[in-house]
Design a protein around this ligand. Structure first.
Ligand SMILES: Cc1ncc(COP(=O)(O)O)c(C=O)c1O
Length: 391
């Protein structure tokens, strides 16, 4: 089959590939601890599932408007308005099957041949993949451990050019767990405003914040007209398999993104959207309980990783990933990740799965039970001891 040349520019998300390899090992009888995939191990709260069942019984099984059901767009506008402290209208909201399409659609709508897009590295691999796919030039901004994995601001300011069509930020960040502080957000907003460059703010991990404050660039003066906010239900309400996310964007862009929905998914499943209304209107205690539990697990895994030879682990402030520095082993991160899967039965991702600046790190999702985290730490020790002994 002759595929179009653009397919050669489309990347992937290695978490799904490592998951497939781990599952293949399981079929051969191996027992694997899964720390590769980024999804809460909690079940979707019961009141959300009940709302979906009621919606199915009430006949919410047909096509709906491409930008989303009015009741969900209203609930999202209210929620984002309250949590980011700015007025948001339902017309600014586009609902999508998962939050990922908002990335794809925004980059498709704003960047093309010869344009440049700025994005974090290490960062969610789909940013770079889609930037390449649309023929634009990816301009990575390194996130460095020394600065808490925040944006390297002087480098960022130098990287902005007349061709920059979009700046992508992600806070709390996947894979580092870093959180952009107020000063960094203010400086990024300042540059974006002066140069009139839109910002795609990926805030999917907003609620997974363990210390410090969360600052949304949408709240910055003037940024209402320039921000595309990406958020959703996958992580916050443990709804990864439901596929429900959204973008909040200036009206001028919402029409184009809606047309991309018409041309692709048509609309998001109607009963799933009604479950989303229940999630936003209902009891938020399950979210708080899950985040409190993840904080305990973060402390456990960071403390455990720190005791392994050749490993140093900064304490992530948000999301649910540990990003240990393994440069002490002297080995490339992809090789260490592979050995951990083959020899210890622990599936993790090498930092380079998130870009070249992820070399020297591993990503471990701690959205897993305490028992499994302890088991993973125990099994990883002999591999790191072997590496330290030059084996
Ligand atoms: C940074 C980031 N943004 C967006 C997403 C996509 O979320 P969804 O499952 O809602 O498409 C993920 C999922 O892993 C993510 O890590």
């Amino acid at each position: 089959m002759n595929v179009a040349p653009r397919m050669g520019r489309l990347g992937t998300e290695s978490a799904f590939e490592v998951l497939a390899r781990a599952r293949a090992l399981e079929r051969q009888g191996r027992e694997i601890v899964h720390l590769e995939i980024g999804e809460p191990d909690f079940d979707t709260p019961a009141h959300i599932k009940d709302a979906a069942k009621r919606a199915l019984d009430a006949g919410a099984t047909h096509y709906g408007p491409s930008a989303g059901l009015p009741e969900l767009r209203e609930a999202i506008a209210k929620h984002v308005g309250e949590t980011r402290g700015v007025p948001v209208s339902p017309e600014q909201v586009v609902v999508t099957p998962g939050a990922k399409p908002i990335m794809f659609f925004t980059i498709m709508a704003l960047a093309g041949e010869g344009d440049e897009v700025i994005y974090p590295n290490p960062g969610f691999p789909i940013y770079e993949s889609v930037i390449n796919f649309v023929g634009a030039r990816p301009v990575p901004i390194p996130l460095r451990e020394e600065s808490g994995f925040g944006f390297d601001l002087p480098l960022f300011e130098r990287a902005v050019s007349d061709r920059t069509r979009l700046i992508i930020i992600n806070s709390p960040e996947n894979p580092t767990g870093g959180v952009l502080d107020r000063g960094q957000i203010e400086r990024i907003a300042d540059v974006a405003r002066r140069r009139k460059i839109p910002v795609l703010a990926d805030e999917i991990y907003r609620q997974f914040l363990y210390e410090g404050e969360f600052v949304s660039i949408l709240s910055q003066p003037g940024m209402h007209e320039q921000t595309i906010l990406l958020d959703g239900f996958s992580k916050t309400y443990a709804m990864t398999g439901w596929r429900l996310g959204y973008g909040v964007m200036p009206l001028a862009l919402a029409g184009h993104v809606t047309r991309l929905m018409v041309n692709s998914a048509s609309c998001t499943a109607s009963f799933v959207q009604l479950a989303g209304v229940a999630a936003l209107h209902g009891d938020q205690a399950p979210v708080a309980r899950m985040v409190a539990e993840f904080k305990r697990r973060r402390d456990l895994i960071v403390a455990g990783l720190t005791t392994l030879p050749g490993v140093r682990c900064p304490r992530p402030r948000g999301a649910f990933y540990a990003f240990p520095n393994i440069t002490g082993t002297g080995r490339p991160s992809a090789e260490v990740a592979e050995r951990l899967l083959d020899e210890a039965g622990v599936a993790v991702l090498g930092g380079t799965a998130f870009g070249e600046h992820g070399e020297g790190y591993l990503r471990l999702s701690y959205a897993n039970s305490e028992a499994n985290l302890r088991k993973a730490l125990e099994r990883m020790r002999p591999v790191f001891e072997g590496l330290a002994a030059g084996r």
